[in-house]
Design a protein around this ligand. Structure first.
Ligand code: MOS
Length: 733
């Protein structure tokens, strides 16, 4: 029964969001709440000699100034490296400009800010390396690539020999800049201790991870920590870890014995919760005269913080390993440490940067071969992942290209650069492939059927703005045969059955199987009540019963839920269930695909670049909600337009400080930057991933966008731009 799944249902939390009823972390208030703010390092490397907080402590309303001298010693040694982000006021070392070095707590935010300004810090300044490109020769091998589950390098065949011998080849270096996520909602935490029990209201993509991290650091049982996050105002990866400000808020609440709130300013969000690292990627691609790839080499250098802060390796080469049929492929990943904070996941981490390089190089190869770039992709299409050595569970890349090309009008393209014009404007058309893994992780859920016919479903997942509340409510309504308005889906509380972090496009594929299983379990329990009652169940089996519209149907009879529960003498029926990893994980390579088509208009005198038309066609399995799904595609493509043309965080080489840490100077796309985006979902389902056949689409639609736009800019102008973002001075050069 799938009356609702797939339908363009409005967000069930839409009204709450537009009326201000949706509560975000910083909006939780409680008696006795006081305010904290960070003091941040003003140097990029060195040590703190002394922090003089006497003046600050004497100011009105100030409750505490927490510094490395008086901070609680956290159980860092117990924590797995991947869970904990540093620094946490545990020592006097400075690794980057903007590093938190003290926390000031006062009865009002204004008083906390005033006192923070009065904290005097003296440093011993060390030698800082602030610019990655000045130390590329010091690149090193990641130690925990993909959590240590694989090597940072891979090799099949002999890419270098095949390259040397090939008929057509390209070799180029591509760079992508540091970018910041910039969700609308700032990172904010409210923390309260009740004896040994800690409750935090925090903006996070992973309540379970935050719960575990805080329990470990403060040395309390996991069950003593509760993390609550009903709404997230955008995350894009920067709310995937438990960053220092959240931990320091809990530390401050412990110190002052009162609930504490800490909400970051926009500027602080540039130095406190990761960023997409800068990449320098060398690509070598070679093909035979027919355009069949014979060699691919992708050597990726990505920016890292000083190793003391942990490790994050942007996996730029993973798509190169699997995207096309090619017998000789070599990929390496290396890190380059600078005095910046720890980088992190940002929407399509790895693929967004890596596929920009790969799909730009593919376009250059098409030019070298004098072949249509769509045709080049189709010639190298494959139903097998050459790296994993498994078939793809489902791959409809060719359909994406066909349907996208048709919608875009690709056949009308004149391949010569600078050949298409509209009035004075140069018109360019470019394409690129999108791909992203179809991830799924274990999850759990619980369902309660109430006598009034309402259904409450609980799962410790998150809705990071993507539509989890809505889509899961649809799954419940269809699975149990109840109207959507009788379903209440509750999430964002670690008291609920655990679910994975909402990162890596996992939520739909992970949580929906648990929800379906919990619904099936509760239905079975309900049927058990009917069958156990001789008056209603006599002679029937569960197969004879059905649950629809708030009633159990027994042959010849309709039993409203209230009646079943009353006869059984219970107020509700509850059941829980867990689900595991993707069914087809062992036998198949699980990925989504897409084809990105961009049109740009370039002013030949001014170099101004506008994306004027856009078509994206995607193979993402079954789409559970056509409206929220389309919103994801539009959002991802918009994010990609930002990557292509606007976004870059600039560092002052001297101080290591970000110079555009605000939304006025860090450019993101606004309405005039975004054309009407035509989106296409290629029909399909992938039940190797999950029973509903759905694959996550949070990251997929932004992959390849920057390449499609760069390729369109080449087609319009004849100028190949290999360094993002593409700016007018580059096309005028
Ligand atoms: Mo995503 S970058 O895994 O939130």
């Amino acid at each position: 029964m799938n009356a609702l799944i797939g339908q363009p249902i409005n967000r069930v939390d839409g009204r709450l969001k537009v009326t201000g009823g949706a509560k975000y972390a910083a909006e939780f208030d409680m008696p006795g709440l006081v305010h904290a703010t960070l003091v941040q390092s003003t140097i990029a490397a060195g040590t703190i000699i002394a922090i003089d907080s006497r003046d600050a402590e004497g100011m009105p309303g100030v409750l505490a100034v927490i510094t490395p001298d008086n901070a609680e010693k956290l159980k860092l040694e117990k924590a797995g490296q991947e869970m904990v982000t540093r620094p946490l006021l545990q020592d006097a070392q400075i690794f980057y400009n903007g590093q938190p070095i003290a926390v000031v707590v006062a009865d009002t935010l204004d008083r906390a800010l005033a006192a923070a300004a009065a904290v005097k810090v003296t440093y011993r300044q060390g030698e800082a390396v602030t610019i990655m490109d000045s130390v590329l020769d010091q690149a090193y091998r990641p130690k925990h690539f993909r959590n240590g589950e694989r090597s940072p390098d891979s090799n099949r065949g002999d890419a270098d020999a095949a390259f040397d011998a090939a008929a057509a080849k390209v070799q180029a270096t591509y760079t992508t800049p540091v970018e910041h996520h910039n969700p609308m909602e700032p990172h904010a935490t409210v923390a309260r201790w009740d004896g040994e029990r800690l409750t935090v209201w925090t903006a996070t993509q992973g309540i379970a991870g935050t719960q575990r991290t805080l329990a470990t650091l403060f040395g309390v049982p996991v069950s003593s920590v509760r993390v609550i996050c009903p709404f997230v105002g955008g995350g894009f990866g920067c709310k995937g870890n438990t960053w220092p400000p959240a931990t320091l808020t809990a530390m401050a609440a412990q110190k002052v014995g009162r609930p504490v709130k800490l909400s970051l300013t926009r500027r602080q969000m540039y130095s406190s919760n990761g960023y997409r690292p800068r990449t320098v990627q060398k690509l070598r691609l070679a093909a035979d005269a027919q355009g069949k790839l014979v060699a691919m080499r992708h050597d990726g250098l990505t920016q890292m913080s000083m190793p003391s802060l942990g490790e994050f390796a942007e996996p730029v080469g993973l798509a190169t390993e699997m995207l096309y049929a090619c017998p000789n492929v070599a990929v390496t990943h290396r890190l380059v440490a600078v005095n910046q904070g720890l980088p992190t996941y940002m929407r399509a981490p790895g693929e967004a940067s890596g596929v920009f390089a790969l799909e730009s190089a593919m376009d250059e190869l098409a030019v070298a071969l004098k072949m249509d770039p769509v045709e080049l992709r189709l010639r190298n299409d494959t139903d097998r992942d050459g790296h994993a050595e498994k078939p793809f569970s489902s791959r409809k890349l060719a359909e994406c290209y066909r349907e996208g090309a048709e919608a875009f009008g690709w056949s009308r393209r004149n391949p010569a650069p600078r050949s298409m014009r509209d009035g004075n404007a140069l018109i360019g058309w470019g394409v690129a492939t999108a791909t992203y893994p179809a991830n799924r992780r274990p999850a759990s859920a619980a369902v309660r059927l109430n006598a009034d016919g309402s259904v409450h479903v609980f799962s410790g997942t998150q809705d990071i703005g993507t539509g989890t509340y809505t889509v899961m409510s649809q799954v419940v309504a269809d699975t149990l045969g109840v109207p959507l308005n009788r379903v209440r889906f509750l999430l964002g509380d670690s008291a609920y059955p655990p679910a994975p972090t909402s990162g890596g496009s996992t939520t739909v594929a992970s949580v929906s199987p648990a929800v379906q299983a919990a619904c099936a379990a509760v239905r079975q329990k309900l049927f058990g009540l009917v069958l156990a009652d001789p008056e209603t169940g006599g002679g029937f089996t569960a197969a004879d019963l059905s649950l629809q519209n708030g009633a159990v149907y027994v042959p010849g009879r309709r039993l409203p839920l209230a009646q079943v529960l009353a006869r059984a003498g219970v107020e509700s029926v509850e059941a829980g269930a867990s689900s595991g990893e993707a069914e087809g994980k062992a036998g198949y390579s699980l990925h989504s695909f897409g084809a990105q088509f961009a049109e740009v208009r370039v002013d030949p005198e001014l170099g101004e670049i506008r994306v004027s038309r856009y078509v994206g066609a995607f193979d993402a399995g079954r789409i559970l909600n056509a409206k929220t799904g389309r919103s994801q595609l539009i959002g991802g493509i918009t994010y990609g337009i930002g990557m292509a043309l606007l976004e870059a965080t600039e560092t002052d080489a001297e101080t290591g400080r970000y110079v555009n840490a605000n939304l006025a100077e860090y450019l993101v796309p606004v309405h005039p930057d975004v054309p009407t985006i035509q989106t296409i979902f290629v029909a399909g389902e992938d039940t190797q991933v999950d029973p509903l056949g759905a694959r996550g689409i949070g990251e997929l639609p932004m992959v390849g966008v920057a390449a499609a736009i760069a390729n369109a800019v080449y087609h319009a102008t004849g100028v190949r731009v290999r360094d993002l973002p593409i700016r007018l001075e580059q096309v005028l050069a």
